[in-house]
Design a protein around this ligand. Structure first.
Ligand code: AHG
Ligand code: MN
Ligand code: MN
Length: 341
């Protein structure tokens, strides 16, 4: 391979290690997760021919029926990560509690948190799905791993990424020095760097939200979206387009690629529930990726990566994407909060 050919993931990670951005254990962790995503991609792409569609007949702690691929993807990630000696433990959307590295394997210094299959409701209708992962350091001197060790703000992440199983399978990754995209070359079985240091446009004309929930939104959301819909003749002075894939990974990848704002707000149906998306393995990794690409990510009031988690599966409202658009939506929510005092 000449230096003119784009680097594969391994070479990219070696160069990140030489630059002092990651250490060998974190490099191994990312390679292992990427390899697991290739295995998940293979199962996803088999579809009906692989006997992997449909419900598993089980439920998870989220109160959702699990798809067969939710369970299979979860197992692929757990099995891939147990023997390498790089992890102290894992947390998954599909596991009630965290999972320790089983004896006799050595334990490492990192915690891996993941949503093994994001957008599960789309798998049976052949629409893009993905895998989301987040990496934290295990606190120093931990003898016995406990849930509290996973409850770190997103700002503590050392790496985050997602795989999107779409027309092509892509891996998007940050280790805190920009956001980069790799495309899977199936014939060779490697992820090839296809976009280095992605930058999200600061403004946009495209929003992503599930409009069917509109009647349940609180006033600042009503105001913000009503102005988008008024378009050119309204206060925004421009027309907007809408997209909603219902796979966060697919919506975020589009926004990373061409700008946009993704919103999943809290609403009146369950006012105490801060939203649908999970903080530790959906919102935090996506926020890290988006911020490293020059975007913004808040819960309507504060930076998502500053939120101190209280529970492993806690949910959070999400406003992420083009910086100026997220700041405007957040400003509306903060103003409403001020007026309510
Ligand atoms: P998951 O399949 O891991 O449960 O995640 C689905 C999430 C997210 O991917 C997506 O943005 C959102 O659910 C869609 O929610 P609605 O179906 O309510 O639109
Ligand atoms: Mn998800
Ligand atoms: Mn999921």
């Amino acid at each position: 391979m000449t230096s003119k050919t784009p680097p594969v993931l391994t070479r990219f990670l070696i160069e990140e290690q030489r630059a002092g951005h990651i250490n060998p254990d974190l490099r191994l962790l990312i390679e292992v997760v990427a390899r697991a995503c290739k295995a998940i991609s293979r199962s996803v792409n088999k579809g009906a021919l692989g006997g992997v569609l449909g419900d598993a007949g089980t439920g998870n702690i989220q109160g959702e029926a699990q798809k067969k691929l939710d369970v299979l993807s979860n197992e692929i990630l757990l099995d891939a990560n147990e023997w390498g000696g790089h992890l102290a433990g894992c947390a998954s959307e599909e596991l009630d509690d965290f999972s320790e590295i089983p004896n006799p394997y050595p334990k490492g210094n990192y915690l891996l948190l993941f949503d093994p299959l994001d957008g599960s409701s789309n798998i049976d209708v052949n629409i893009s799905v993905g895998t989301i992962f987040s990496v934290l350091r295990c606190p120093e001197g931990v003898e016995k791993l406990e849930t509290q060790h996973f409850l770190q703000p997103g700002a503590k992440q050392v790496a985050a990424g997602y795989a999107v199983y779409g027309p092509s399978t892509m891996l998007v990754l940050t280790v805190g020095h920009g956001t980069h995209a790799f495309t899977l070359d199936r014939e060779v079985g490697t992820f090839v760097l296809t976009e280095r240091d992605i930058k999200i446009p600061e403004d946009t004309k495209e929003f992503a939200i599930n409009m069917s929930n509109q009647r349940h939104w609180f006033p600042p959301m009503q105001k913000y979206v009503a102005e988008l819909l008024e378009g050119k003749t309204g206060p925004r002075g421009k027309d907007f387009n809408m997209r909603w894939v219902a796979s966060m990974v697919a919506d975020v990848h589009r926004i990373l690629s061409r700008g946009g704002i993704f919103i999943y707000p809290r609403d009146r149906r369950e006012p105490d529930k801060p939203g649908k998306l999970r903080l530790l393995y959906e919102a935090n990794p996506m926020s890290f990726i988006i911020e490293q690409a020059g975007g913004a990510s808040t819960n309507g009031m504060q930076r998502i990566m500053d939120v101190q988690p209280e529970k492993l599966h806690e949910r959070v409202a999400v406003f992420l994407g083009s910086k100026n658009e997220v700041e405007l939506a957040t400003r509306y929510h903060r103003e409403a909060e001020q007026q309510a005092r």
